[in-house]
Design a protein around this ligand. Structure first.
Ligand code: UD1
Length: 340
């Protein structure tokens, strides 16, 4: 298949591009580089020896994207990863989040209609569940419970938009993937997560403390009703997540469907920090801080649907993720600004 990745130069995009090429697919990328770097695609090309056409543009630049697709097509499927993803920023500037996250999704659907592209895989988030009623979370668990931030709401709205679009056009095959917490890096140490500014998420923060860019990790609350009092999440290795995208495009069925992509295993903040200390051989200073507003005590999925439907499951552990993340971070302390 030939697959267009929107946001393909970002963290999840670059790993997904690599996994698609390794599975024998052709890849094209459109990315506006607002939170990514063309260097990631250069490195994927170096690793795979594949040519990956790259258009540096906003997905909403319709004519430019359509002409790019015509030049390098025909395209069989789109994986739509382009979007904004910082929860705090979305609270401060909701209009921008609705504009970009919904606008790019509308543009992708319009492109599919114009160019007769039947298959879409959308990058959704476990955030859409809000505060879990029952754990583990299943795809049919209730969504939107106490979901207060605009970022999560845009993901939920786009899921509904996609369901309506697939309902109206029986040719469409649309899949939303609800990611749990993506972590880790490709085992080569050449591609990985390169957040701009101070990381908001735990794993890149821990990695930057280990490498000496930051002083200590703030633990956001140690009085949660969890075994060690710190928050639990379902951390999925980004290469497992990438394999999930390959499975989703290869197995796309008519209509609209939703899949959780996670491991099903809860890991606490303290457990993740210990795993990173083992992986890096460095001690990681911590400090307990108050709970972060909007955080839930525990979130993890039931990953069975993807296993039953596609034979996909996460294969890598949190230790694997820390080893790979450390390799990436220690070889590229400044991310893609460090040339290999
Ligand atoms: C966050 C977002 C989520 C988004 C995901 C990926 C929130 C409330 N949720 O998920 O919508 O899809 O990132 O971008 O922001 N922690 C610390 N210290 C830190 C950072 C995090 O203790 O410096 C803790 C958190 O309290 C949480 C766990 O680590 O228990 C994971 O946090 P994080 O990596 O930010 O992910 P989520 O909050 O699960």
């Amino acid at each position: 298949m030939r697959v267009l990745l929107t946001g393909g130069a970002g963290y999840i995009g670059a790993h997904t591009a690599l996994a698609l090429v390794e599975a024998g697919h052709d890849v094209l990328v459109v990315d506006d580089m607002s939170n990514s770097s063309p260097e990631s695609i250069s490195r994927v090309q170096a690793l795979t020896e594949a040519a990956i056409p790259l258009l540096e543009a906003d997905v909403r630049a319709f004519v430019a994207v359509r002409d790019f697709v015509r030049r390098h097509g025909p395209v069989d499927a789109i994986i739509h990863l382009a979007g904004l993803k910082a929860v705090g920023e979305s609270v401060a500037d909701p209009v921008r989040y609705y504009d970009v996250n919904i606008g790019t999704s509308v543009a992708v659907l319009q492109l599919m209609a114009a160019e007769s592209i039947p298959t879409l895989v959308f990058s959704s988030s476990a955030t859409v569940y809000g505060e879990p009623e029952i754990l583990p979370l299943r795809e049919d668990s209730r969504t939107g419970i106490k979901l207060a931030n605009p970022y999560g709401k845009t993901k939920r709205i786009v899921e509904e938009l996609l369901a309506d679009a697939a309902h109206a056009d029986a040719r469409l095959r649309v899949t939303a993937l609800r990611y749990f917490n993506p972590v880790g890096a490709h085992a080569s140490g050449l591609i990985g997560e390169d957040p701009s500014g101070t990381p908001n998420n735990l794993m890149p923060y821990v990695a930057q403390v280990a490498v000496g860019r930051l002083d200590r990790v703030g633990i956001f609350g140690d009085d949660y009703p969890t075994p060690d009092g710190t928050g639990q999440r379902d951390y999925i290795h980004v290469m497992d997540l990438a394999a999930g995208h390959v499975a989703a495009v290869e197995n796309a069925r008519q209509g609209f469907d939703i899949y959780n992509l996670g491991t099903g295993i809860p890991v606490s903040v303290r457990e993740l920090i210990s795993a990173f200390e083992r992986a890096s051989g460095r001690s990681i200073p911590t400090e307990v801080l108050p709970r972060r507003e909007g955080d839930v005590p525990s979130s993890f999925c039931d990953p069975r649907k993807a296993l039953d439907s596609w034979g996909w499951s996460a294969r890598r552990t949190i230790d694997d993720a820390c080893v790979d993340s450390w390799r990436w971070q220690s070889r590229n302390p400044n991310g893609y600004a460090d040339r290999p």
